[in-house]
Design a protein around this ligand. Structure first.
Ligand SMILES: Cc1cc2nc3c(=O)[nH]c(=O)nc-3n(C[C@H](O)[C@H](O)[C@H](O)COP(=O)(O)O)c2cc1C
Length: 336
């Protein structure tokens, strides 16, 4: 109920400043126990997927908690899973600011952050210190300075370091803001990289004593042929799941004056693209293959549509900025 007021205040600030302030406030509210009180009354609706137990079908998409500072708070808000990252092996600053833009008329954002994060070694202790019930995935990527030909080494490093404390790992090959990253979606690049990651996972499993699902996160801008090739590869290699989608480079009509800013578009205008991608994936992958649907979910209706298109779980990010944390409860209840 309070969120419209909070939002008015936050929207007077630069988007990244507002984001940092929100995360810091959530942390404090969680530590004081207030957050759990605010979120009391959300009934569990347990789901088992990829060998993991989710308390409901809604999660927090990667990019919101890049450095794993807020996992417990996001769980206290009701999220069934929280995906931290994108984490890279070495810390990096990301692109020059300003790099996040609000498009309020369209309930959208454009960002070109470029994976600013504190690096895997700084992030690991926070991942391991979490106390919450939410499943926690780690989304991994490559450093901007790592040449594409050596990208696999970056993903392998992150997998090795984060595996002991992540419930699942997402291989992010779909951010539009790291030069060349999306080329990794081409099966010629992707197949050897996934094979190396699967081999490393197999080597790690005996020490872990549990499963560690590997998922791939894809863009909404793939041609049907490329999408089908990727889906076929996931089946061939027995990848554990797919997350669809990341932000889009396309620019639908009606975005307002900032539409030509470079970067990935998220929020309401990408919903139909993400939905269509999930639908095509479900048709190609068949029933039973885990799909997490993300893109422009800002109400129960969009979450239900994503579910009907074939998603087992959904994730939210931009919708939270426009609708507030109540969106998590609303979506979880709708998908119960
Ligand atoms: C500011 C911002 C930063 C993001 N950073 C990441 C990231 O680091 N890694 C990633 O896989 N996706 C990232 N995303 C993409 C989201 O996880 C999500 O796939 C996308 O925004 C679509 O969902 P939405 O419309 O609900 O926001 C980011 C999105 C935004 C808006």
């Amino acid at each position: 109920m309070l969120y419209p007021l909070v939002k008015n205040m936050l929207f007077t600030l630069d988007p990244e400043r507002a984001h940092a302030l929100t995360l810091a406030s959530l942390q404090r509210l969680e530590q004081s126990g207030l957050l759990s009180l605010m979120c009391a009354g959300l009934q569990d609706a347990p789901v088992e997927l990829m060998g993991l137990q989710f308390r409901n079908r809604v999660g927090i998409a990667a990019g919101l908690d890049k450095n794993a500072v807020c996992i417990d708070a996001l769980s206290a808000l009701g999220a069934g899973h929280v995906e931290i990252g994108t984490v890279t092996p070495r810390p990096q600053q990301g692109n020059a600011k300003p790099r996040v833009f609000r498009l309020p008329e369209a309930q959208a954002l454009i960002n070109r952050m470029g994976f600013p994060n504190e690096g895997m070694d700084a992030i690991l202790p926070r991942l391991s210190a979490r106390r919450c019930r939410a499943v926690c995935g780690a989304n991994i990527g490559k450093n901007a300075t790592t040449p594409l030909e050596q990208a696999t080494q970056d993903y392998l490093s992150c997998l090795r370091v984060l595996a002991p404390h992540a419930d699942y790992i997402t291989i992010n090959v779909s951010s539009p803001n790291t030069l060349g990253l999306r080329n990794l979606q081409a099966t010629d690049y992707l197949k050897p990289m996934l094979l190396a990651l699967l081999e490393e996972r197999a080597r790690l499993l005996p020490q872990l004593g549990r499963g560690l699902p590997l998922l791939v996160k894809i863009a909404p801008d793939l041609s049907d042929d490329d999408l089908n090739s990727m889906a076929d590869l996931f089946l061939e290699l027995s990848i554990d799941g797919v997350i669809a989608t990341n932000t889009t480079l396309s620019r639908p009509e009606g975005l307002g004056p900032l539409s030509q800013q470079a970067g990935g578009l998220s929020g309401r205008p990408i919903h139909s693209l993400s939905l269509a991608t999930v639908h095509k994936l479900r048709q190609r992958l068949g029933s039973g293959f885990p799909i997490i649907g993300v893109g422009g979910i800002s109400s129960a209706a969009e979450a239900l549509a994503m579910r009907q298109a074939g998603a087992d779980l959904v994730q939210v990010y931009t919708g939270l900025i426009y609708r507030g944390p109540g969106l998590i409860k609303e979506v979880a209840a709708a998908l119960r």
